[in-house]
Design a protein around this ligand. Structure first.
Ligand SMILES: [Zn+2]
Ligand SMILES: [Zn+2]
Length: 246
């Protein structure tokens, strides 16, 4: 099959690699759409060490079931699915209480040396697939993974009804947090980013105030527009300076 192989820092090429083997309990997914995570970009740039070449990235993906491994019953060929990208063992203490995201034996498709979905096919455990509702297309479906990251952040933060909220960073996660807190009844939402195109998307999504720290004094602008201050801040960039700012 064809895959976009990561060979090393700033070196990714479409190559012919072996088709994945469909093991017992797995289903073969024909990839229809795959998101590019910020962590994939960092991997490509060689910043994080969390992509070990040669490997295939891609952990935000949707597709159709194109083959069934042994022992698969309630899945049909052609099913439209989105994939939970963490392969978990089902036996460790975390898995036993349902915290499969903390599995001590977990591996993630498209991370470290495990091949992911920037390829024609990926074979995944049946437990990792969720059927896509008819009204969600393959591209929108790829947002399930980043959306769950944003949703958990908001859930962890507690009550957001009528709160004044600051989101530092208007990338994918920041923009998803924005949509969740608006639906949750936040009173005022402020978002900051140094990228004006992203701030424009935030305005279209209904943010109350956008600030670009390259041009504006964040603290002064917030005290001026929101006299009673910020109740909750979300950091969605991942750098030391923005963590301190939040
Ligand atoms: Zn990601
Ligand atoms: Zn486990």
């Amino acid at each position: 099959m064809k895959a976009l192989v990561y060979y090393g820092t700033q070196d990714m090429r479409v190559s012919e690699i072996e088709d994945p083997q469909v093991k017992e309990g797995e289903v073969l997914i024909k990839v229809e759409a795959c998101g590019i995570c910020g962590s994939d970009v960092h991997g490509y740039l060689g910043i994080t060490g969390r992509r070990i070449p040669p490997m295939v990235m891609g952990h935000e993906f949707t597709g159709t079931v194109s083959a069934l491994g042994e022992g698969i019953e309630d899945v049909s060929l052609g099913d439209r699915v989105v994939v939970y990208p963490a392969r978990f063992c089902g036996r460790c203490d975390f898995c036993k209480v349902g915290l499969t995201n903390l599995c001590i034996n977990r591996t993630i498709f498209g991370v470290m040396n495990v091949n992911g979905a920037m390829a024609e096919y990926v074979s995944v455990p049946k437990e990792n697939i969720l059927k896509l509702p008819e009204n969600i297309d393959f591209v929108k479906g790829t947002f399930l993974e980043p959306l769950s990251v944003a949703y958990r952040a908001v859930k962890t933060a507690g009550d957001i009804l009528n709160r004044n909220i600051l989101i530092v960073g208007a990338g994918t996660i920041g923009l998803l947090i924005l949509q969740i807190v608006r639906l949750g009844g936040a009173r005022t939402v402020v978002i900051t980013d140094i990228n004006d195109a992203r701030l424009e998307i935030a305005r279209r999504l209904g943010v109350n105030l956008t600030l670009n720290p390259d041009r504006e004094d964040i603290k002064a602008s917030i005290s001026e527009s929101i006299p009673d201050g910020i109740d909750l801040a979300f950091e969605a960039v991942g750098s030391e300076s923005t963590v301190n700012q939040a």
